[in-house]
Write a protein that binds this ligand. Sequence first.
Ligand code: BV8
Length: 233
Amino acid sequence: MKVVVLTGAGISAESGVPTFRGEDGLWEGHRPEDVATPEAFDADRALVQRFYDARRASLARVQPNAAHRALAELEQVLGDDLLLVTQNIDDLHERGGSKRVLHMHGELRAAWCTACDQRTPWLGTLLDEPPCPACGAHALRPDVVWFGEMPYEMDTIHLALFSCDLFVSIGTSGVVYPAAGFVDYAAAGGADTLELNLERAANSDFRVSRQGLASELVPAWVGELTATLQAGA
Ligand code: BV8
């Protein structure tokens, strides 16, 4: 059985990953979606570097939760028949045990040199404009897909969506495209579709939709699927 799982910020919510939206939904008076853009980076490089430096530093203070761990268990059962795509830029899937994670929006733990195009694992800060390890230029940016930029590995994702038997969307509001359109691709390819989310997402035309906490819904679903597969159904 081929399964594609898409996760969003909701799977990391119970781990305490700061969405960096305060009560007023702002970060230092800015809407996050206004900071996560090439225009913002051109207009105020230091502001955007600080935004990602703060989120990169916060990774040390959060832990994966039962939902991340359950998906790692599912990977043990399905192997290459599972494609885990995440919109998240945190490292909680990896720290929860998943070996193959497709970060379609990039990762906090990587820097991208705009001079030589080299991507480098990065855990420190970028505000201080450190030199690119590959070419020495002081031209590093977060290796994160901003609004208006093309997400990574879209061909791989579309191919998997068209050929999978089951598409599961976990903890995403279904607002951000192209991820919000994945359910339609999967359904067009004949896949069954399941949503596990705190509330029905904006794009919610899933065949089955379960509302609740990811830390409860995901382990329960993985247990059901594993039992079905082991029964040889
Ligand atoms: C592109 C990295 C084109 C940065 C991110 C008008 C209409 C349609 C589309 C557009 C439009 N105008 C512009 C667009 C395109 C735009 C877009 O979709 N905008 C939206 C806002 C309308 N998309 C883009 O720009 C994309 N690129 O289109 O490129 C192109 C074409 C050719 C050539 C070049 C380019 C790129 C989008 C990527 C942006 N980068 N992340 C960063 O993180 O700083 S997106 C960012 O938002 C994060 O990745 C995050 O994942 C995402 C927010 O979405 P969610 O993950 O769903 O998170 P959210 O908080 O919204 O929802 C959480 C859900 O979890 C909720 O439903 C909640 O109820 C639930 N939940 C909470 N707690 C729990 C829970 N569920 C379970 N358990 C819990 N405990």
